[in-house]
Design a protein around this ligand. Structure first.
Ligand SMILES: [Zn+2]
Length: 326
């Protein structure tokens, strides 16, 4: 694990772009927002700019972060390992556990909601989970957010402020997207344990931006498909049960836009248990003694395995819309 990470980090230390990136040019010469971190608390009342075409990789502050020396900030124990220099899809481990994760996505234009029935199922089953709210979701669901924060079995992650494509927004905004939500989560009396970029759009700069807050970037390897209600409960159950394995990170939603999650979840929980799999939070997974984080597929545009041509126009937006699978 250490050797692998060290090799990965050393081999990529001078590369400002995302690993294995065959997509858009990485260093097209955009202006540098050298003072970006100062703006983390800046108001955003003018709304978010749409895609400016500015890749983040040219901005200097985050790339200077020595990942090997950064320890994630945790609610509990310090990390067993340095932060990986990639977005994590799953954690290779012999421990028969998986992590259920629930995104609570909201944008500046769309508050979405809260799936209380999902919350009640998890509470009844006493399953520790990781919830990734956007800062905007917390602001528009203050009572529910406090309710989540009061539950020790719920771990918090950071899902940006406005659900922006982190790879397609100006550097200064990207810094604010993460920092502002960290501050909002802190106001709940909690600390996030990971950063989950909307749409799974990530680059090494995004990972390093999260690392400035001592957060690993965490995606998923099992997609329930619950977002938008396009997948029936039975299909979700079959998909999750057939693809989950030890160390899997499974993505669901708890923001009122995944109507069948509550129907699928009991069978998914029952089925995973029948397969001998238990439940861990993302932080638990990362702390398994034999934990070896595995990288997510690099994606500057998001949804690498799921993307289809119908989403083409939406890709041009700076904000991930309501149909996003994450
Ligand atoms: Zn999301």
């Amino acid at each position: 694990m250490h050797t692998l990470l060290l090799a990965l980090l050393l081999s990529t230390e001078t590369d400002a772009g995302p690993p294995m990136d065959a997509g858009p040019p990485k260093d097209a010469g955009p202006p540098k927002d050298a003072g970006a971190p100062k703006d983390a608390g800046a108001p955003m009342d003018t709304g978010l700019p749409m895609d400016t075409g500015l890749p983040m990789d040219a901005a200097p502050p985050v790339d200077a972060v020595p990942l090997m020396c950064v320890a994630p900030s945790m609610d509990a124990a310090p990390p067993a390992n340095p932060l990986p220099d990639f977005a994590i899809a799953r954690v290779r481990t012999q421990e028969p556990v998986v992590a259920l994760t629930f995104d609570a996505c909201a944008t500046l234009k769309q508050d979405n909601g809260f799936d209380r029935e999902v919350f009640d199922i998890l509470k009844r089953e006493q399953i520790a989970v990781t919830v990734f709210p956007t800062g905007r979701w917390i602001e528009t669901h203050t009572a529910e957010a406090k309710e989540l924060a009061a539950e020790a079995w719920i771990e918090f992650g950071n899902h940006s402020y406005s659900h922006a494509y982190m790879t397609r927004i100006p550097r200064r905004q990207a810094v604010e997207e993460v920092g502002r939500t960290e501050a909002i989560i802190a106001e709940l009396g909690r600390r996030s344990v990971a950063f989950r970029p909307p749409a799974g759009a990530w680059s090494r700069s995004v990972v390093r931006l999260a690392a400035t807050h001592h957060l690993p970037t965490v995606e998923w390897d099992v997609v329930s498909g619950d977002a938008g209600g396009h997948v029936a409960a039975e299909k979700m159950v079959a998909t999750v049960l057939s693809t989950a394995r030890p160390g899997s990170i499974i993505i669901f939603h708890i923001n009122g836009r995944a109507p069948y999650t509550k129907d699928a979840l009991p069978d998914i929980i029952r089925g995973l248990r029948a397969k001998g799999l238990g439940f861990a939070t993302v932080l638990d997974l990362l702390h398994e003694p034999d934990a070896q984080p595995e990288p997510a597929q690099p994606s500057l545009l998001g949804y690498p395995p799921l993307h289809d041509s119908k989403r083409g126009p939406e890709k041009a937006k700076g904000i991930v819309d309501e149909h996003s699978p994450d």
